[in-house]
Design a binder for this molecule. Sequence first.
Ligand SMILES: [Mn+2]
Length: 321
Amino acid sequence: MLDNKHKEALKKIKAANNILLVTHYRPDGDALASICAMGDVLDSFGKKFTAFCKDQPPTPYSFLPGVEKITSDKGKLNFFSFDLIIALDCGELSRTALVDEISTRNSKQIFIEFDHHPRVDDYSDLEIRTTEISSTSELLYDFCKANKIKISKNIATCVLTGILTDTGNLMYDSTSDKTIKVASDMLVYGARFPTILDNTQRNKSIGGLKIWGIAMHRLSINKKYNIAFTVLTRKDFIKTKASDEEMEGVPGYLSNLAETDAILFLRETEDGKIKGSLRSTSDKVDVSALAKKLGGGGHTKASAFMLDAKLVKDGERYYVK
Ligand SMILES: [Mn+2]
C-alpha cells in the first residue's frame, strides 16, 4: 500500500531543517485538523516548522491543538528558507495560495503532498494521495501507523475531527469500515470527543438555525435534472445575524433528501461572490464534473465552486447575475 511512501515521507521530514506546512484556503475541519496533527508530529521530532493557510481558521476550530500557530500572513513567509514543504488536503496546487513559490522552488526544496482529492496537477516530489480514504486526517493516521509514531491525545483529537467533519459524522459514502475503526481507536488514544462535537455540531446560534430554516424553506426541485437546490442571499445573513461559519453542514444535511440525484446550494459570501456547494445523492451522478466546469473542484460526491456574481430575485425565482 502506501506504507513505503509514508516511510519515505518521514525520512524527508527527519532530514529537513525548516518545514512549511500548508493547507487550502477557506480551510475546513479536515484541512485544519491535518495541519495540526502534522504539526504535533513535527513537534515530537523537535522539528522547526511554520504552518500557513491563506485564510484564518474559522472560530469553531479554535479548540484544535496548535491551530493558533497557523499564520495567514504570506508576507511573513520567507519561502526560500524552507527545505521541505508539505501540502495537506489541497487537491490542486492553486489551493495552497503558493502556486508561484512552489512551482518555481529550487532544487533543494522538497515538496510532499498528503491528500485524498483526485489529482489535478503534479508538482510534488512525493505524492501520498488516495481518493479511497475518508479524509487527509485518516491518511495521517496511516502515516503515523506506518512509521510507528505515537498517537498523542492531540493527534487523536485532530484525526477524529478531520474524519468526523469530512464524513458528516461517518455518514458519507467515503466512510469505510477502517474509517470507523480509526475513529474508534482515536477515542482509545484520548481524543476529546465531546469537545469536538460541542465545537463542530452543537455550535449553532438561533440566527444560525433560522437561516438553515430559510434554506430549507426555499428548497425546490428541478425535475429535468432531478436536482434539488436552494439559495441564501446576503440579506438573509443580515436579517438572521447568522455567520458564514454556520453554513457548514447545510449541504450535508440537504443531501439527506431521498428524492433527487443531486443538491445545489448557492449562497452569497461576505466578499461579494457566490459559493456553490454540490452534493451527489446518487451513484450515477458525479458532481465534481459540474464543479470543474464552473472553475471549482472536489470529490465525486461533494464538490464546490465560486462565482464572481450575485443572486438576483425576480418574483419567486433567484437568478445568478
Ligand atoms: Mn479533506
